[in-house]
Write a protein that binds this ligand. Structure first.
Ligand code: GLY
Length: 561
């Protein structure tokens, strides 16, 4: 792909050949990419057009997002892929970050054994060993068809030749000058030292060089050699604990997907170390038992039932979930069984909110920064990929020589062993920090199959809200047969057991419903938005792929051809 093509000519080409949509639905016959950034979606579609499969396009899109959507797109973080080929064979790739080998379970505690508030999300000790490059490389080695270099090159071009700064990124750039880390203050400046503004070209030469190493040397371009040495040096000089050995020993893992069913549909999602797949399947099983025909969508009764379902799944998540390599006894089969759903469903009082028991477990809501992309290729093979830096711009730290941002994913571990309160701290054992362990995630990249073939490809950012926004979107499509964009835009709620509150999208729930829910015993908490879903529906009856990017994603787009 010619480096001169980026990015302006891609916009030009798109007018003629590529179907793009922001908020409505996009229809395409041959393939589609939906992501949080239009240019990145176009990069993925260009890969599909030159014969790449869904895995190739997802890899190229993910690398492009590391340039064009740096608040969450990354090479310094980690994530998950769920992949289903056109004949229905399904697998997942786990490239979640790991705790460094020098990490300890008390590394964020003071001398009294109490969490130093915020320390697990701040500074270089909050950085997990990045997994993204290893995961994308494994996906390519096992399932890609185009040469690796052709998948990384578009992101090199975007970083080297520059991209047009969007309004959203320009806002972040301006804000970075007030109170951000020293690294982030320089991040949005061009090599001439000038802060980039909306509509101007932003170049990232240091990132381009790092990406060139990855392009030329594959996984080793990040985990060994120059880049690894600089990460090691930077960490050592600035109080971090990730070493060359951590990087050399990092491996992605291929895992069998979580599988569940809802009526005639099969649901495939991410197994632990994500809690997403287990919770999603548990909740879908519970909803299958409810008589939804007799409950109006988004009525008081509906919101109550969904919230109580969420409360139970999140209690189970808090109690049982962690890295499977350190928790071989997790009761996954039980939690995702139809019998267990019956037990959970049977103790929901349809008239009254339950009370979350703070003497046992708790769980934190957070607005973590993550991004999701969905891809389908001309054969109907599908990729659902979610990856993250944890917070927006992760730790806000990075080496200026490398040009990428480190995650602050260590904050996803339970920071204070054995201590759980009713606000947000949770101290259960499965997710306590151990060297080389992966922190528990809520990312829920999901593919629903119908008659054994990919039907719905979906996922979202949003910390723990991910599980619930994906759950409601899947339910909206499978149960209520909503068009994909409606399913994405419909009101979402969130309950995560503890803190015991029902979060709702402020402008989408009527005051009457709010009052009625409060009378049932719910504590309500309004937020302007939940979820930023990126979805594709494979409508075999109509012979088209239908995609939609959540209207809450300012730069997102479904692009098809
Ligand atoms: N960092 C968000 C998650 O993995 O759930």
């Amino acid at each position: 792909m010619s480096k001169l093509l980026y990015p302006r000519s891609l916009f030009f080409i798109s007018f003629f050949f590529i179907l793009i949509s922001g908020f409505a639905q996009t229809y395409a016959k041959n393939g589609m990419v939906v992501s949080d950034n239009e240019v990145a979606s176009q990069v993925g579609v260009a890969v599909l057009k030159k014969g790449g499969n869904a895995i190739d396009a997802a890899i190229a899109t993910a690398f492009a997002l590391a340039v064009t959507h740096p608040q969450a797109g990354n090479i310094g973080g980690g994530g998950f892929i769920v992949y289903m080929n056109a004949s229905g064979a399904t697998t997942t790739i786990d490239f979640r970050e790991k705790a460094p080998l020098a990490a300890t379970s008390d590394m964020f505690l003071d001398e009294n054994g109490k969490l130093i508030m915020g320390s697990n999300h701040k500074g270089l000790k909050s950085v997990g060993v990045p997994g993204t490059v290893a995961g994308l490389y494994m996906a390519h080695e096992k399932y890609g068809v185009l040469p690796w270099k052709e998948l990384v090159q578009p992101s090199v071009d975007l970083a080297k030749n520059g991209m047009i700064l969007t309004f959203t990124l320009a806002t972040h750039a301006r804000r970075s000058q007030e109170g951000a880390s020293a690294f982030l203050k320089e991040y949005f400046k061009n090599p001439n030292g000038k802060l980039v503004d909306f509509g101007e070209v932003w170049k990232q030469p240091a990132l381009a060089k790092t990406l060139e190493q990855i392009r030329d040397k594959g996984k080793d371009g990040f985990y060994k050699g120059k880049v690894a040495s600089e990460i090691h040096k930077f960490m050592k000089a600035n109080g971090g604990i990730i070493t060359r050995k951590d990087l050399k020993e990092y491996t992605a893992v291929e895992r069998a997907p979580m599988k569940g069913t809802y009526k005639e549909f099969e649901i495939y999602s991410m197994p632990p170390p994500s809690s997403g797949g287990v919770a999603l399947i548990e909740m879908m099983n519970i909803m299958e038992l409810a008589n939804l025909d007799s409950i109006q969508f988004n009525s008081t009764a509906y919101v109550h039932l969904v919230a109580e379902t969420m409360r139970r799944a999140f209690a189970d998540r808090a109690e049982h979930m962690g890295d499977p390599d350190f928790n071989p006894e997790m009761p996954i089969e039980k939690l995702t069984s139809k019998e267990f759903a019956q037990k959970r469903y049977s103790n929901i009082d349809l008239e009254r909110a339950s009370v979350s028991d703070s003497t046992k477990f708790g769980q934190l809501y957070d607005g973590a920064n993550t991004t999701h992309l969905s891809v389908i290729d001309k054969n109907g093979s599908a990729v659902s990929l979610t990856y993250t830096l944890e917070y927006s711009y992760g730790s806000q730290l990075g080496s200026p020589k490398l040009g990428f941002i480190f995650n602050n994913e260590m904050g996803d571990f339970n920071p204070q062993p054995g201590y759980t309160d009713r606000d947000w701290l949770i101290g259960t054992d499965p997710n306590i920090i151990k060297p080389g362990k992966r922190m528990l995630s809520s990312m829920t990249p999901t593919i629903v199959a119908r008659e054994g073939k990919p039907y719905l490809v979906i996922g979202s950012p949003g910390g723990r809200t991910i599980i619930n926004t994906v759950f409601q979107t899947v339910l909206n499509v499978l149960e209520y047969e909503m068009p994909i964009h409606k399913a994405i835009e419909a009101m979402k709620i969130h309950h995560q057991w503890l803190p015991d509150r029902l979060i709702f999208e402020t402008h989408l729930m009527s005051p009457d419903t709010q009052k009625a829910l409060e009378e049932m015993g719910h504590t309500l908490y309004g937020r302007s938005n939940l979820g930023r879903l990126m979805g594709i529906l494979n409508s075999t009856e109509q012979g088209v792929f239908i995609g939609a990017s959540d209207s809450s994603s300012p730069d997102g787009a479904a692009v098809g051809y």
